[in-house]
Design a protein around this ligand. Structure first.
Ligand SMILES: *Cc1c(COP(=O)(O)O)cnc(C)c1O
Length: 353
């Protein structure tokens, strides 16, 4: 691996008590090119400008995918990543569907560990803060014919982040626009999935919501996800979440929370949930809690669900199950309880001699 260190760290310019999500990028990045059918030597270098012309394939045809994961500063000061191999596997799943090459595990994992070691000081230690990690791959040939690219570039950027939403969220059940269709690419973190979601999300924001709840592409009768998070409902005494399909992103947070719920002995069902069922449960007070699950926000409590112009209030207790689940996950991440699932992967920091 080639390593070029910055001569001018920006660390001193960062106010760690005010970190808008994704705004500040750490000093270094990993870059690895795929050319002539082969991955080249990975390189860590100062975060900087793209080196491509305007014919850059990814800009024209959207052959690009990303990941989102986090590293935490544990209570003992060490640094640990949460389930990075799951994100590695998912990026390669996205790559397969988008006709991009598979990334070798050594390039991804060794590059990631080295990058975190070099930018170790960028991992915040404040409560509810972490280092967001953004691996991504894009088509990097420079031609404008609508066929798959020949060359690709894999990168990893990192960004210190604070809490994602400052409070609870208001969501609107979206029954006009669709995020993903059957046979499509909804299960991948393809760049274009997000570009297509901005417009309906902006409409919902205009109507006074923070986010949408996506429904199925056919009849808009079944709920799927909330924005860029998987959805969990507590109806009566049972947790409900939609089953994974090719329209739903298989979240690492979702998978982890399902495991914690089962371990705790609570009821959980992964099954189709109709809009009618959730509106009825909200109307009768049977919908006890609702929350989004994802790397960025971890657990994001929903206090209002809007359906065809009517808003239903959902309890968002500070001492309820959502917050208990969030604490269980955070305790594992910060090393405050034993990591019985082996979800954490520590980053070794070589001490200067
Ligand atoms: C990334 C993402 C999620 C959450 O996945 P995590 O692995 O938990 O971060 C859920 N839905 C969509 C659409 C996403 O892009």
């Amino acid at each position: 691996m080639k390593i070029e260190l910055t001569t001018k760290s920006r660390l001193g310019d960062i106010d760690f008590s005010n970190l808008p999500f994704g705004k500040h990028l750490s000093d270094h990045m990993l870059v690895c090119h795929f050319k002539n059918g082969q991955w080249q030597e990975p390189e860590i270098r100062p975060y900087g400008q793209l080196e491509f012309s305007y014919g850059l394939h990814a800009l024209h045809y959207g052959q690009a995918a990303f990941e989102g994961m986090k590293a935490y500063r544990k209570a003992d000061g060490s640094i640990s990543m949460f389930r990075p191999l799951d994100n590695f596997a998912r990026l390669n799943k996205s790559a397969e569907r988008l006709m991009m090459p598979q990334i070798p595990e050594e390039i991804f994992m060794n590059g990631l560990k080295k990058l975190l070691e070099i930018d170790e000081k960028w991992v915040p230690s404040e409560d509810d803060h972490s280092l967001y990690i953004r691996p991504f791959m894009f088509a990097s040939s420079e031609f404008i014919a609508a066929r798959q690219s020949d060359d690709y570039t894999f990168c990893i950027l990192t960004s210190p982040v604070g809490p994602y939403y400052s409070g609870t969220v208001k969501v609107k059940i979206e029954q006009e626009y669709t995020r993903a269709t059957g046979g499509g690419i909804g299960y991948t973190k393809a760049a274009g999935n997000y570009g297509g979601a901005f417009y309906p999300t902006a409409q919902a924001i205009k109507e006074g919501y923070n986010q949408v709840i996506w429904t199925d592409h056919r009849d808009h009768k079944f709920i799927e996800e909330s924005g860029t998070m998987n959805l969990m409902l507590l109806v009566g005494d049972t947790f409900l979440t939609p089953p994974l399909t090719d329209r739903i992103l298989a979240g690492v947070t979702r998978r982890s929370i399902i495991a914690l719920i089962k371990e705790r002995g609570w009821n959980i069902e992964e099954r189709p949930i109709s809009v009618e069922e959730i509106v009825e449960a909200a109307r009768t007070g049977n919908l006890k809690e609702a929350f989004g699950m994802g790397t960025a926000a971890v657990v994001s409590q929903i206090d209002t669900i809007g359906h065809q112009g009517t808003n239903y209030t959902i309890p968002a207790p500070k001492d309820g199950r959502a917050m208990e689940i969030k604490k269980m996950l955070n305790d594992i991440r910060l090393g405050l309880v034993e990591d019985t699932h082996h979800w954490m992967m520590d980053v070794e920091i070589a001490q200067p001699a």
